[in-house]
Write a protein that binds this ligand. Structure first.
Ligand code: SAJ
Length: 418
């Protein structure tokens, strides 16, 4: 059934763990990436990203000859597309990478293959892929044309949580949406090889919307918590106390406020819904705007703390604890903590900014060029700063004792030091 192997296009946070899951079930996988360095690293058995238990699984797959990486799309029985789907301009979905992957797959098709889109995508993308392939390969019958197709197409959105990917990739339920029921069934055969959760069959557009809905749901709920934080701040009430009390109700489960929503999923995906139905998606848009406004609100609080420290002007030293987009990971993509640190440094050129990120060994490029930012240890930052800003609730920061913070002005965006 998978005699010619599985080609996984895009060797990032989703593609690589999927390679590991498939090879772990004895399937031969060819990993494809446009980045030659990524390909070389993987062929050497090394993983260019940090994710618990991924390194061992990839090393084993390479050593057993089950996984090889390449920059060229080969012929394969199944193509699995796991490339980024960012947005551009006014939050319009950017399908450039999906299109490039499709264009690379099209010439390799012989008939009988299954093409699966895993990348989170706007409604209708799987059908567009079908159209793009048929434009390039008029000799093939594609699912959107009706009848029995030569190539099967489905959307199976990834749903794994960074930091827990190597658990959730096996245990989560999977939604498999086909352009036809047969397409879904063919794609489901692949997931049955490694998924212990339920495999739920649907149509492609419902699967696309379901994935976007999951992340929009979380974004709206985080926005609720963030709006509560603004309200409680205005009323001088402790938001974490209020949420903790309200959550004692059996049907209330409020999430946690923070400095904003980061990562490459929740801060992006709801815009795909807004873009597809701008008149209808009013709450989803408002939630995005609420969450995006949080970094500015944190910067205002930092200004108040600087004023209260008595070190107003350029003499102040400010510790920014955490740069990652959430706790206990090294991923800095779309991180509000990073954005806040960067803006703070730019807006206060004479201030000394001590950045702390226990999960990275050097400053990211956006901060490295700024003369007033240094990457230091937690101890040094807390010792030397007059203002301490907690941006990420990393476990390492829980260990800071109240004594070490005495006399400092604190801006705690995560409620860690209540
Ligand atoms: N955050 C808060 N308060 C909370 C929870 C999260 O401010 O109570 C912030 C985090 O600090 C972070 C952001 O939200 O900046 C997103 O973090 P997250 O843990 O909510 O989600 P991600 O982006 O790591 O992963 C999400 C997951 N989606 C859902 O939980 C619905 C994951 O299952 C998806 O696979 C992933 O997006 C994805 O790839 O789409």
């Amino acid at each position: 059934m998978f005699d010619d192997g599985i080609a996984v296009i895009g060797l990032g946070y989703i593609g690589l763990p999927t390679c590991a899951a498939l090879t772990g079930r004895g399937l031969r996988v060819i990993g494809v990436d446009v980045n030659a360095r990524t390909v070389a690293e993987i062929n050497a058995g090394r993983v260019p990203i940090v994710e618990p238990n991924l390194d061992e699984a990839i090393l084993e797959a390479v050593e057993r000859g089950m996984l090889t990486a390449t920059t060229e799309v080969p012929h394969a029985s199944v193509y699995l597309i796991a490339v980024p789907t960012p947005f551009r301009g006014d939050h319009e979905p950017d399908l450039r990478h999906v299109r490039a992957a499709t264009e690379a797959i099209a010439p390799r098709l012989r008939g009988g293959e299954v093409v699966i889109l895993e990348s989170t995508s706007p409604p209708g993308t799987t059908e567009r892929i079908s159209g793009w392939i048929s434009d390039l390969r008029p000799d093939l019958k594609l699912p959107h044309m009706g009848g029995i197709p030569d190539v099967h197409l489905a959307h199976c959105p990834e749903r794994v949580l960074p930091g827990r990917i190597m658990v959730e990739i096996f245990t989560n339920d999977r939604v498999v949406g086909g352009l036809t029921p047969e397409c879904a069934e063919r794609a489901a055969e692949l997931y049955r090889t490694f998924v212990a959760g339920e495999i739920v069959i649907t149509d492609a557009t419902s699967a696309e919307m379901a994935k976007l809905t999951e992340n929009a749901f979380r974004d709206v709920n985080i926005a609720f918590a963030n709006e509560l934080a603004e309200i409680c701040d205005h009323l001088d009430v402790d938001v974490w106390e209020v949420i903790s009390l309200a959550n004692h109700h059996p049907r209330v489960n409020i999430l946690q406020p923070g400095p904003g929503v980061g990562g490459h999923c929740i801060a992006v995906d709801p815009w795909f819904i807004v873009s597809a139905a701008p008149e209808q998606a009013r709450l989803i848009r408002a939630a995005r705007e609420t969450n995006d406004a949080r970094p500015r609100s944190v910067l205002t609080k930092i200004s108040e703390a600087v004023a209260a420290s008595g070190h107003e002007g350029d003499t102040v030293t400010i510790a920014c604890l955490g740069l990652a987009f959430k706790a206990d990971i090294d991923d800095l993509r779309e991180s509000p903590a990073l954005a806040i640190t960067q803006t703070l440094a730019a807006e206060r050129p004479g201030a000394r900014i001590l950045a702390v990120e226990p999960h990275v060994s050097r400053l990211p490029t956006t901060l490295a060029g700024l003369p007033n930012v240094e990457l230091v240890t937690t101890e040094q930052a807390v010792r030397e700063a007059q203002v301490v800003v907690l941006l990420v609730d990393h476990a390492a920061f829980r260990a800071i004792s109240p004594g070490e913070l005495r006399g400092r002005q604190l801006v705690d965006t995560r409620g860690l030091w209540r």
